[in-house]
Ligand binder design. Structure first.
Ligand code: ADP
Ligand code: MG
Length: 621
């Protein structure tokens, strides 16, 4: 009888690890290796550098030792990554073949022969290789026990790294039945065991991407491993800034945090280009060598800012989230967020750019409640309708040569396009396939269900609000460890073990707290209430303390009537209490940003009633 799993060769994760010459597993690795040995599908989510490769290198080592000569297939998108892998495997005594474009003459042909002759235990291939019949046939001659999709988020069309060639993999996996096996070992009856176990590995932690990976690769009851997200050398400080003088105190806190001896190099993330420039000026005013970086600058200017920061001439880069992709500066000591990021995933990714060298670094989130208004606007601004999807499909159709299929290159689909396309696909109006030269082939079916489209839109919208709520909860939860909250959000349940001060909840930094509360310099200056235009542009928002003067009875009645209309049969106070209505009349907010600052008014209220209320206020004059 032919053995069905790598387990049968007597391999255990520990023995394989020792044979590989390593001492101990990192979190999650053992579980992932065990899943592969058991022939189970798995989704391995670990941050970059977490050690995902080992999770399939060890099973390949087991395959190498197995007299039945099973094969492990690894798909990887970048030749540089592949060559590196190849070298490491050979070093560990695993025979590996590598197939990619741009290889020397005859290289790929020899690799195919090595696969067919059983001379290698592992085949590393670029995703576009699966377009080749010859390659698929070569794999078909072997018993493939494990099919690894590295950088698996490339199959998710929502991501920036989307690679249409990854869409070939599901069919390629299904085509690889294991000759001579009756099914997967174990108690699951084997009805699903006729194709190799699949391991999908990625560093992208969003549940949305995980779902899409599982669906597009056809994972079957995958073992999910999520670990290694803890960064023991990072301290997480969240400073809440509310109400009077919030912006001034935010400035003071930032200056304090960046002022220390070992606080720089630093990255300061802002939510708008304008803030980027203003904060950069602020830091320069204090004598810091700061540069701004945002998408509104020319390519040359951005390049100059980036190299100044990388080279050390600039100690601080003040940037929008356009900064960071591919930036690899190991000694960043502080990552400060001047504005709230749009999701906890984005926050952690950006904060995680600190302390890559393993030395202590601080992540500082300057959390001002008024900033939630910007996030709410960001979310509502992204609203799409079934009509938008229709229009997008029609535009694609008119652009296609035959009106039925279009090929789109990597740069041709922007963020909104990706969302629209994904909804069109779910609604059955478009079928996505890999095209030529890494392009995406979109087949327009001429059909599609508006109802399904509406459901997909709703789901996308809910996800946006979920991301928003996660951030809102994070900044509001001053009672539980910030590190724990983040790790739990990512589904990483390992115990956290910081090597530095953990966070503002576990152990507050008294100096930072004082800086965020200190009486403001220049407090004697006349403070003027800004116009709403200045306010929403991010200008100083110091508002003088207004004595609680009575509100206009007529206006109050108008608001109560409005409230009744919004309450949908429920008690009126479920919309807002009287005190909150009075507060609104005193503050007369002109925008959602201002509305959310009113005492008793929360984001949920703004989300549900904001627009409607602002309209009534405008009518009151
Ligand atoms: P990822 O693919 O998750 O970004 P890699 O697989 O490239 O990360 O691993 C990053 C580094 O960590 C590599 O140099 C690797 O050799 C090392 N590494 C991984 N696991 C272990 C371990 N258990 N013990 C020691 N070093 C490890
Ligand atoms: Mg990797």
């Amino acid at each position: 009888m032919i053995e069905q799993d790598l387990n049968a060769a007597g391999a255990t994760p520990e023995r394989l690890l020792a044979r590989f010459g390593l001492q101990a597993f990192r979190p999650g690795q053992r579980e992932a290796v065990q899943a592969a040995l058991d022939g189970r599908d798995s989704l391995v989510v670990m941050p970059t550098g977490g050690g995902k490769s080992l999770c399939y290198q060890l099973p390949a080592l087991a395959a190498q030792a197995d007299p039945a000569r099973p094969l492990v297939v690894v798909v990887s998108p970048l030749i540089a990554l592949m060559s590196d892998q190849h070298a490491r495997l050979e070093q560990a005594g695993v025979g590996a073949a590598m197939l990619a474009s741009g290889q020397a003459d005859g290289h790929n042909a020899r690799a195919l022969e090595a696969i067919e002759s059983g001379g290698v235990a592992l085949a590393l291939a670029a995703p576009e290789r699966f377009a080749s019949q010859r390659f698929r046939e070569a794999l078909g001659t072997r018993r493939v026990v494990l099919f690894v999709v590295d950088e698996a988020h490339c199959v998710a069309e929502w991501g920036h790294d989307f690679r249409p060639d990854y869409l070939r993999l599901h069919a390629a996996i299904e085509a690889l039945t294991r000759p001579g096996t009756g099914g997967r070992a174990g108690s699951d009856g084997g009805q699903a065991g006729d194709r190799p176990a699949v391991m999908a590995a990625t560093a992208t932690a969003t549940p949305r991407v995980a779902e899409e990976i599982a669906a597009r690769l056809g994972l079957r009851e995958p073992v999910t491993v999520r670990s290694g997200f803890d960064r023991p050398n990072l301290t997480f400080d969240v400073v809440s800034l509310e109400g009077k003088g919030a912006v001034a105190r935010k400035r003071a806190t930032l200056l304090h945090a960046l002022g220390g001896q070992d606080a720089r190099p630093a990255i300061v993330y802002c939510g708008t280009r304008k803030d980027t420039e203003e904060v950069c000026e602020l830091l320069r005013g204090e004598g810091m060598a700061a540069v701004a970086y945002h998408a509104g600058m020319s390519g040359g200017e951005r390049q100059a800012a980036q190299s100044a920061f990388m080279g050390g001439e600039a100690e601080v880069v003040v940037a929008t989230n356009a900064f960071g992709m591919g930036v690899d500066k190991a000694d960043v000591r502080t990552v400060a967020h001047w504005a709230l990021p749009t999701s906890l995933e984005a926050y952690y990714q950006e904060a995680g750019r600190g302390g890559r060298d393993g030395l202590p670094a601080r992540a500082l989130l300057l959390a001002a409640r008024y900033d939630l208004g910007r996030l709410i606007k960001f979310n509502t601004g992204r609203d799409i309708t079934v009509q938008d999807v229709r229009a997008y499909v029609a535009r694609l159709r008119s652009g296609g040569a035959d009106g039925e299929t279009v090929e789109l290159g990597h740069g041709e689909i922007d963020e909104r396009g990706r969302v629209l396309l994904s909804i069109a696909e779910r609604a059955g109006a478009a079928v996505l396939q890999p095209g030529s030269g890494g392009r995406l082939r979109v087949e327009l079916t001429g059909r599609g269900s508006p109802r399904t489209a509406a459901q997909a839109i709703k789901a996308a919208k809910n996800r946006g609000w979920e991301a928003y709520r996660a951030i809102e909860t994070f900044i509001a939860s001053g009672m539980s460890c910030r590190r724990r909250q983040i790790l739990d959000h990512f589904g990483d349940h390992e115990a956290c073990a910081p090597r530095v001060r953990c966070c503002d909840v576990c152990e507050p930094d008294p100096d930072l707290v004082e800086a965020s509360r200190a009486p403001l310099p220049g407090a004697g200056r006349a403070r003027v209430r800004r116009s709403s235009a200045q306010a929403s542009a991010g200008a100083d928002r110091e508002v003088p303390q207004t004595p609680l003067h009575p509100v206009d009875e007529g206006d109050f009645e108008r608001l109560k009537i409005w409230r009744l209309g919004r309450s949908e049969g429920k008690p009126a106070f479920t919309v807002a209490g009287n005190a909150a209505l009075e507060g609104i009349l005193r503050a007369r907010p002109a925008s959602v940003d201002e509305l959310i600052e009113v005492k008793g008014i929360g984001p949920a209220f703004c989300e549900r009633h904001g627009e409607s209320l602002l309209q009534v206020l405008a009518e009151l004059g």
